[in-house]
Design a protein around this ligand. Structure first.
Ligand code: SF4
Ligand code: SF4
Length: 350
């Protein structure tokens, strides 16, 4: 069997580098078998530990409900990801942000004194690789920049719409650069969905009526038709709107209560004790402006303590070869088997 695997791997390597991911998957077969054996024991232990640690009475939280709450979906029980099931690729097309929000590592990492762009070739390489398997998920223009601060976003959207006609093109924004005219240009360039964040100062009261009033005012300024309805969301207080087919959510988050400590980088957000596995490294990938691939939105390549979480770089390697490489498998393995000990996930409120 191992001889057959070796021969198959050798043949695939010769056919095309694109298929290197298949070779990694073959490498991962013995790893998968090992993981399957461990998973059952791990869940048993996790349930036992959680039952011991929870402060509620057992009548309210029976062993079976704890078991259900911490059982990861099937696709999260193995550290290998099927690239065809990739849901979101988040891309930072440049580095600049105009703000230094208190709940963001940009409060102490400089992102405002210059603007470094993702190389255009790297960007189109990402899109072309995704087009090889007809990616229909979401391309999200986010990370730690303000995506609408530079007009290059319009060109990048147009390129994505052309290469990935069926993808959802999404961006988050702090709203500072948004106008009625730029909304029209985003629509023309192919944007599908937009989140406009209403950020509150550290000492501001999280008052829902005030937030709704600010949203209505902003919507009027942007020339957006009346808000459709209030958002029903666990963490977001806001409204759903529509601008000529672009689905918009405008909202505020109570970061003091529900923010994440961004991979243990922020002292302004309280850490938690995490026991549940996290879905993000199993369904999305996150690409910084220099091409670094990160496993989630909370770790970033320009923060030295997170350097060990750089999974690879798309400038020289393909997404196919990175998504199931040794770094990624080890990271996911820790999330499945060791999340309560594994920093920074063990304090993350995601
Ligand atoms: S939260 Fe957004 S707007 Fe605020 S500093 Fe971070 S990236 Fe910039
Ligand atoms: S739990 Fe870990 S992988 Fe998940 S968002 Fe937090 S830091 Fe990232």
């Amino acid at each position: 069997m191992s001889m057959l695997r070796r021969t198959l791997k050798g043949a695939l390597r010769r056919i095309s580098p694109t298929y290197r991911s298949i070779c990694y998957a073959i490498d991962g077969i013995s790893r998968i078998e090992e993981e399957q054996r461990k998973t059952k024991d791990m869940h048993k232990q996790l349930v036992a530990d959680t039952c011991r640690e929870i402060s509620y009475s057992f009548s309210k939280n029976s062993e079976s409900s704890v078991k259900k709450a911490i059982r990861p979906p099937v696709e999260m029980t193995l550290p290998i990801v099927d690239i065809l099931k990739l849901q979101m690729v988040e891309i930072e097309t440049f580095s600049f942000c105009n703000r230094k929000c208190w709940f963001c590592p940009n409060s102490f990492i400089d992102r405002s004194s210059k603007n470094d762009y993702m190389d255009e070739k790297t960007y189109t390489k990402i899109l072309k690789e995704l087009s090889l398997f007809k990616f229909k998920g979401t391309i999200s223009y986010s990370r730690y920049n303000e995506p609408l601060a530079d007009p290059v976003i319009f060109e990048r959207l147009e390129q994505a719409r052309k290469i990935l006609p069926n993808a959802t093109l999404h961006t988050n924004t702090n709203g500072d650069y948004l106008t009625h005219e730029s909304l029209n240009m985003l629509k023309e360039a192919g944007l599908t969905t937009l989140n406009i964040q209403h950020y509150l100062a550290h000492d501001a009261t999280f008052d829902k009526q005030q937030i709704y009033a600010c949203i209505d005012e902003m919507a009027e300024k942007l020339g957006i038709a009346k808000p459709i309805k209030e958002l029903q969301h666990r963490k977001r207080c806001g409204k759903k709107l529509d601008f000529d087919g672009i689905e918009i959510q405008m909202y505020a988050i109570d970061f003091a209560k529900t923010g994440t400590n961004r991979g243990d980088s922020l002292s302004t957000i309280q850490p938690i004790s995490r026991v549940k596995p996290c879905p993000l490294p199993f369904r999305d990938i996150y690409i910084d402006y220099d091409g670094s691939v990160m496993p989630c939105c909370n770790v970033r390549s320009d923060y030295a303590p997170h350097a060990e979480f750089i999974m690879g770089n798309v400038t020289n390697d393909s997404i196919f070869s990175i998504i199931n490489n040794e770094n990624y498998i080890n990271f996911r393995h820790n999330i499945i088997h060791n999340v309560s000990e594994f920093s920074p996930c063990n304090t993350c409120n995601m």
